[in-house]
Design a protein around this ligand. Structure first.
Ligand code: SAM
Length: 298
């Protein structure tokens, strides 16, 4: 008697169940994304191919990925990609997986840049290049961007992402520089964006999911603000007249950082940006509409 072969849908349901039992937060979604990755098909195609038998090779590769997910590897590292601002970014161990809340910072930056003539921007701690590349790809007018990081691994991935995502007109607008915080920047810019490490060692220890991401991308010292404070202390050297700032933070740090910026720039408009849950994810200082001063980085 012939046995019915397992269908794509059977494999998906079984894997989702395993992930749920293991306490993975989004079991069905993770199982589906990994199956689509193995089969190389879209969500709609997967739906249409639910009843098809899963091939032996695909089944084997799928089971391997589910095992790795069960042992704590993030889906984005398993597929090698993460979508951010509608663009597909390569990610790999050694670089932070871009987070959805960072899209709010990019949206703010795109609006801020629109009021500046010939804007110059820095993305400090660029990681995969998510912020810098999205800004260059989606800006409505040309913007020159320098993206910095201390991690050569991150910069290698960011450069590959820039080459893959940006067309030949926009790619030259973006330069990468290895170095700490604003050190690689000489001259003045209109906008400084930074999503620097801002977690405390305690917060990292309490979230085992973070163990696979690079410590240098996460650890902001005892109160999480070591890098942010160092950045702010060097801002006045780099920020041109009327320039703007956008920082991603832990919500518990927002009021403190808002105060630091207000003390440094009295009279300027400094405010928090909240996400849909009402959490203050970012502190921004709005730029004044202006042209810009000299810029020596490119
Ligand atoms: C939270 S991750 C953010 C990555 C990326 N901007 C994003 O939003 O997905 C922080 C990044 O800052 C980099 N970094 C840490 N300390 C730094 C420093 N002193 N100067 C420049 N970059 C730094 C890390 O290597 C990491 O890529």
């Amino acid at each position: 008697m012939s046995q019915r072969r397992r269908s794509n849908q059977d494999a998906l349901s079984e894997s989702a169940r395993q992930l749920a039992v293991a306490g993975i937060a989004t079991p069905r979604l993770d199982a589906e994304v990994l199956l689509r990755h193995v089969l190389g098909i879209s969500r709609t195609e997967l739906f249409l191919r639910y009843p098809d038998p899963i091939g032996d090779d695909d089944k084997h590769r799928y089971e391997e990925l589910i095992e790795r997910r069960l042992s704590g590897e993030p889906v984005a590292y398993l597929t090698g990609a993460r979508e951010f601002m509608g663009l597909s970014f390569e990610v790999a161990p050694g670089v932070l997986i871009p987070r959805p809340e960072t899209e709010l910072l990019v949206e703010w930056a795109l609006a801020a840049l629109a009021v500046i003539r010939n804007p110059l921007m820095v993305d400090v701690g660029t990681g995969s290049g998510a912020i810098a590349i999205s800004v260059v790809a989606l800006a409505t007018a040309p913007v020159r961007v320098v993206a910095t990081d201390v991690s050569p691994v991150a910069l290698g991935i960011a450069r590959r992402n820039a080459d893959a995502i940006l067309n030949e007109v926009r790619r030259p607008w973006l330069k990468f520089q290895e170095g700490s915080l604003l050190e690689p920047i000489s001259g003045q810019v209109n906008l400084v964006l930074a999503n620097l490490p801002y977690l405390t060692p305690n917060q990292i220890a309490q979230n085992p999911d973070l163990a696979v991401e690079p410590r240098v991308a996460l650890d902001g010292g005892v109160d999480g603000l070591d890098s942010v404070r160092d950045l702010i202390s060097d801002l006045q050297r780099v920020l041109g007249p009327g320039g703007g700032v956008g920082l991603e933070l832990d919500p518990s740090q927002a009021t403190k950082v808002e105060r630091l910026l207000r003390d440094l720039y009295p009279g300027r408009q400094v405010r928090k940006i909240r996400d849909l849950a009402g959490l203050a994810r970012h502190v921004v200082m709005e730029p004044h509409p202006t042209g810009c001063a000299a810029f020596h980085n490119g």
